[in-house]
Design a protein around this ligand. Structure first.
Ligand SMILES: [Zn+2]
Length: 275
């Protein structure tokens, strides 16, 4: 890891006879946003979720997966925000990548724009764009003896988001529907996003794997519902830009990764481009 980047956190989140779930979380420090990526390890193979953002973390995530000594059967990209697919070009160009069709089209059409837009990252950005090749279809699928349920969730943190559930293990791979202990990337879809989170709270699932921060339980998901309600109220009260940011920073001093505000505020209030 380069000196300015802290070491990732890696953990085994859940283990049953058939499955071991691993989570890899990048730095919470400075402007980093604690990107969380996951490995679903079954008897013969690995399924990965998301590819990390900055090149050193993408390489370290790949090394972690390779260290498990099983082939990577596939990698799912949850949505089109670059902090979830940049790492494909760094460390997963040889892996079969699945995504929603909308995500594939976006990376195909705008991936290079997004990469050049991040020129300030220097060699922390990938050297090339890898476009997901295979469509992730909503529905059920058995992979290496384990049941997966895929869903296409619209209008939450992003227009199109893939979720992956493992009903027999009680694990819900929610990615950016759940920001765990970190400030979330807010959009205009706060109402619908909250409804999706409320459904999670009433579900049978126990572990919610986020796209940012550490693995979450239902209490953490409930805290995010409350946060979204406060943000919605602040918008209703007319707060925008820096005033909106100060309100949320003061109300939630325990949340990490305030760097996310600078990413989404120009888009939420200023009409900046979506990538
Ligand atoms: Zn994200």
């Amino acid at each position: 890891m380069p000196a300015q980047l802290s070491d990732p956190i890696t953990m085994v989140v859940k283990q049953t006879d058939d499955v071991r779930i691993h989570t890899f979380v990048a730095s919470f420090a400075q402007n980093n946003i604690a990107n969380a990526t996951h490995v679903i390890e079954t008897e013969n193979q690995l399924v990965l979720v998301d590819a990390q953002f900055l090149a050193p973390y993408a390489r370290a995530f790949r090394e972690y997966a390779d260290g498990l000594g099983k082939p990577i059967e596939r990698l799912y990209v949850s949505h089109r925000h670059p902090d979830h697919w940049f790492g494909l070009g760094t460390a997963f160009a040889d892996v079969t990548v699945y995504a929603l069709p909308e995500t594939m089209t976006f990376v195909d059409e705008h991936g290079e724009d997004s990469r050049s837009d991040h020129w300030k990252l220097g060699d922390l950005a990938p050297e090339r764009v890898v476009v997901p090749q295979k469509t992730a279809d909503p529905g059920e699928e058995m992979i290496d003896g384990v049941r997966y349920v895929f869903d296409r969730v619209t209008d939450t943190e992003i227009d199109y988001h893939l979720t992956i559930r493992l009903p027999d293990v009680g694990v819900y791979v929610a990615q950016d529907l759940v920001y765990s202990g970190t400030h979330p990337y807010l959009t205009k879809h706060l109402d619908h996003w909250s409804r999706v989170l409320r459904d999670m709270l009433l579900s049978d699932y126990e572990v919610f794997l986020p796209g940012h921060g550490l693995p979450a339980d239902k209490n953490e998901v409930a805290r995010l519902v409350e946060y979204l309600a406060a943000a919605r109220q602040a918008v209703g009260d007319g707060l925008t830009g820096e005033a909106f940011k100060s309100f949320l920073l003061q109300r939630y001093p325990e949340r990490r990764c305030p760097g996310i505000f600078d990413i989404y505020l120009p888009r939420l209030f200023g009409g900046a481009s979506d990538y």
